[in-house]
Design a binder for this molecule. Structure first.
Ligand code: SF4
Length: 493
């Protein structure tokens, strides 16, 4: 991608921005002339950023706020020319990431200086700010990726800022984010891992809350995050679900859904004492691990649970036989188990671990104890396994793997680790706003997957955002098709 060209109207603005900057002069005539010259000399597709100060239009815009133009429109007697700037959101997020106060919206370009009163009269137009160059530059530079970033020198309502520092200060910080935007531009291949996103257990849990809301009305209480994804939780909250930490926060007799990760038997007892209408959304594959824990405990074995101690699934499973369950997170932990070598031991696994890591812990257990048994089939669930296999298949083919999901989702974090262990750069993104432009410098193939608790629409948003940087060739690399479905609890069928 050719180098970024930064344009300002005034030398003082260029000085504040720093580095190589082209001063085009003030006003439409200077802008049109400079735009025509640049259109003839810049390499095809070279990115351009127009920056400097502007006058506030929006009554709530404050001096020193940075405005990234979502479009520029000229205020001309013959009617406006409107140039949309679809990449504005990316630029705005990158500027916000360095601590600037950023607004995004239309910027008007006026052929003459406007008084505060004239600007106030434009407030209903939706434009945030006015300048005297961007519209004419944008018209000449059609075909070049363009960013327009202006700092409000004054606001229509509150008047000019005292001293220029609040205006000049933000200009001093905008070059690095703009350069990151420019370096991230380009055409790319996107490889979507398949399977990705919701598993059958998550589909079922979300469905249970939706059906409970439809059947019993709002509010329906949900103990803990129904699945570990903040977007899913926020969506259900908007629809009337109330999330609580413990069942003693739920009013006596109310409807309460227990989350997909499962709970200890003690939680069921607490719910019974409060006469709650309990609907258990525990994934059947987690419930299977609970059943195994009870069975091994009945056999008199010590239980070794391989998992992460802070995860709700582990807390729930340990509650089945708390006095005889020991948590192991690493191979080193096996050595420190307070058990005799000939003690009968059974191991169980959190359903969402990395398959390859767990195998080494099981080997260590088999070495340390003479009587070790485990579940007939791995506790690591089909969805975890499939998503990890899909990432493993993709890792060698991408320069960067984006894993969509929340940081508290165990299976999502494991996908990042699986990719990194295979030498692939991988980053977790909770949603499209977390995509950092610096990750994309020199990247031509991006893999995308999503944890089992992240909805597919989040994946689509990440793809759409990448599309703001250049044309995409999107393909899916599917290793298997999932057909698993779980039946719903009787109360919401
Ligand atoms: S990841 Fe596996 S265990 Fe967890 S909810 Fe999905 S299917 Fe169930």
């Amino acid at each position: 991608m050719p180098e970024l060209t930064i344009l300002t109207a005034l030398s003082i603005e260029a000085l504040a921005v720093g580095g190589p900057t082209t001063v085009v002069g003030m006003g439409p005539a200077n802008a049109a002339t400079a735009g025509a010259r640049l259109a003839g000399t810049l390499p095809a597709g070279a990115p351009v950023a127009v920056t400097g100060v502007g006058g506030g239009i929006s009554p709530d815009l404050r001096s020193g706020q940075v405005v990234v133009a979502s479009e520029v429109r000229t205020l001309e007697p013959g009617g406006p020319t409107v140039v949309p700037l679809p990449g504005a959101r990316l630029v705005a997020d990158e500027l916000a990431r360095v601590g600037l106060a950023v607004r995004i919206g239309p910027v008007a370009s006026s052929p003459r200086l406007l008084s505060r009163r004239q600007r106030a009269a434009l407030a209903g137009s939706g434009a945030l700010l006015v300048d005297m160059e961007s519209g004419w530059l944008a018209r000449q530079l059609a075909g070049h990726p363009l960013a327009v970033v202006r700092v409000a020198a004054d606001s229509a309502e509150h008047g000019p800022v005292r001293g220029g520092l609040r205006t000049i200060g933000p200009l001093m910080g905008i070059r690095p984010p703009l350069e990151r935007w420019a370096r991230a531009l380009g055409q790319r291949q996107v490889l979507l891992a398949g399977p990705r996103s919701f598993c059958a257990g998550v589909e079922r849990a979300v469905d249970i809350v939706e059906r409970a809301l439809a059947r019993f009305g709002s509010p329906v209480y949900v103990r803990r995050q129904i699945v570990h994804n903040r977007h899913v939780v926020a969506d259900l909250q908007r629809r009337g679900a109330v999330f609580v930490e413990e069942v003693d926060e739920v009013p006596v007799g109310a409807t309460c859904v227990l989350a997909a990760h499962g709970v200890a038997p003690e939680v069921h007892l607490q719910a019974e004492r409060r006469h709650l209408n309990v609907i258990d959304a525990t994934c059947p594959l987690v419930a299977k691990v609970h059943a195994e824990a009870r069975r091994f405990a009945r056999q008199g074995r010590q239980l070794v649970l391989i998992g992460h101690g802070d995860h709700e699934e582990v807390v729930g499973t340990m509650g089945e036989a708390p006095k005889r369950t020991h948590l192991v997170e690493t191979v080193a932990d096996v050595e420190h188990l307070p058990l005799r070598r000939d003690e009968p031991v059974a191991y169980l696994t959190q359903t969402t671990l990395a398959v390859d890591e767990t195998a080494s812990i099981v080997s260590a257990l088999e070495e340390r104890f003479s009587d070790v048994t485990g579940p007939p089939a791995s506790d690591i669930c089909y969805a975890t396994q499939n998503r990890q296999d899909a990432v493993a298949a993709l890792a060698a083919r991408c320069d960067l793997l984006l894993v969509v999901g929340s940081p508290n989702s165990s299976n999502t974090v494991r996908l990042v680790e699986v990719a990194r262990r295979r030498g692939c750069r991988a980053e977790l993104v909770d949603d499209e706003r977390h995509l950092q432009l610096s990750w994309l410098d020199g990247v031509t193939t991006v893999g995308i997957t999503a944890g089992a608790s992240a909805p597919e629409w989040l994946v689509q948003r990440v793809v759409d955002r990448l599309g703001l940087l250049g044309p995409l060739d999107v393909r899916e690399q599917r290793i298997t098709t999932e057909t698993v479905e779980f039946s719903l609890p009787q109360k919401v069928r």
